[in-house]
Each structure stands twice: as structure tokens, then as C-alpha cells.
Ligand binder design. Structure first.
Ligand SMILES: [Zn+2]
Length: 185
């Protein structure tokens, strides 16, 4: 699991992560996040591949619980720029947006018939508890994936949470640096 950046709730990144999927969506937020994602992968795809045991073979977005029709906003933003086929996960309607725990039966999906290794890259905009991405990773493993990587645009940080304060202090300086990733650290 690789977060590209922390995302404090009062910060610009957090604002983009909401605005890119609002209705209407902010084009500026979409271009900002797309540029960040593509630049990050250009620098660190090899780091992800190292953890996966090989290059990713598929990409899949964590479905939103709000149940909007059409492709996920992340999929709509990235499209075929990763040159990887998209997988589609179907959420279990039993679990609403308030669920904050790992669920084995939250998502179902089918992997394409393949004789080779299947190493999906799960994309998510925000990691809060991680319950959704972890539940999707479980579903992918159950469906037969060889390994699963999770790439998250923003690791949510609540600045009002007492435990967040030392972290926020620590990430004030140096500024965000795209040349280093969580795998290398
Ligand atoms: Zn890296």
C-alpha cells in the first residue's frame, strides 16, 4: 500500500480530492490529481513493481459507496493512460458509506481468464481507515490475483485529532518531494 502524499483535511490536496469528483467536477482539481498520479508513477512504478513481484497487469478503482452510475471518477480521469486494462468491482449494497471496517464480502469481481500472473493495481483517492481498499484487495486475492498493490492519492489526516499533531508538525518541512516514495523510505 503506497500513499503518494498525506492529505490534511484543511489542505489543498484534500480540497482537490473532493472537488475532482463533485458535481460539477472541478477541471482544475482533475488535472492537478492526474498530473500528480502520472508523475508519481513515472518515478515510482518500479518501486510498486518491486513490491508486487512484477509490473502491474490491471488497474481497478475502489468503487464509491454513493453508487453513482457510470465509471468511477478516478477511472474517468485516468482513462487508458496507464496502458492497463481496467477491472470493475461490484460493491455489496448491504454496506453503506458509514461502514469503517474490513468486510470479506464488500466487493465482488471476476478476473479475466489468464494463464499468466495477475497483479492488479488498486487506485483510490483517499485512504481514511483503509477498510474499502483492503476489502477490495481481499476480493481480488479471492478471485485469483497473484498479488495486489494499492496506490492512494491522499492519506487523510484529521488535524483535530490529538495523535495527528506530531505528524503534521513533522511534515511541515521539508515540502512534499515527488522524488521519494513510501516504498523507498
Ligand atoms: Zn519509489
Amino acid at each position: 500500500m503506497v500513499p503518494i502524499s498525506y492529505s490534511p483535511r484543511n489542505g489543498q490536496h484534500h480540497h482537490h480530492l473532493r472537488a475532482y469528483k463533485s458535481v460539477p467536477a472541478s477541471a482544475q482539481a482533475r488535472w492537478n490529481l492526474l498530473a500528480l498520479l502520472l508523475l508519481f508513477l513515472r518515478e515510482h512504478l518500479d518501486c510498486m513493481a518491486g513490491g508486487l513481484g512484477g509490473a502491474p497487469t490491471h488497474v481497478v478503482a475502489v468503487p464509491s459507496t454513493r453508487g453513482k452510475a457510470g465509471p468511477h471518477p478516478l477511472q474517468d480521469m485516468v482513462r487508458d493512460r496507464l496502458r492497463l486494462p481496467w477491472l470493475t468491482a461490484v460493491p455489496n449494497p448491504r454496506y453503506g458509506p458509514d461502514v469503517r471496517q474490513f468486510k470479506r464480502d464488500w466487493f465482488t469481481l471476476r478476473l479475466p481468464n489468464s494463464t499468466g500472473a495477475v497483479r492488479p493495481l488498486v487506485l483510490d483517492d483517499t485512504w481514511t481507515t483503509g477498510s474499502r481498499a483492503q476489502s477490495l484487495a481481499h476480493a481480488l486475492k479471492t478471485a485469483g490475483a497473484t498479488s495486489v498493490g494499492v496506490l492512494v492519492l491522499g492519506r487523510h489526516v484529521n488535524p483535530d485529532h490529538a495523535a495527528s499533531k506530531p505528524l503534521l508538525k513533522r511534515i511541515e518541512e521539508p515540502m512534499f518531494d515527488l522524488t521519494a516514495c513510501a516504498v523507498e523510505r
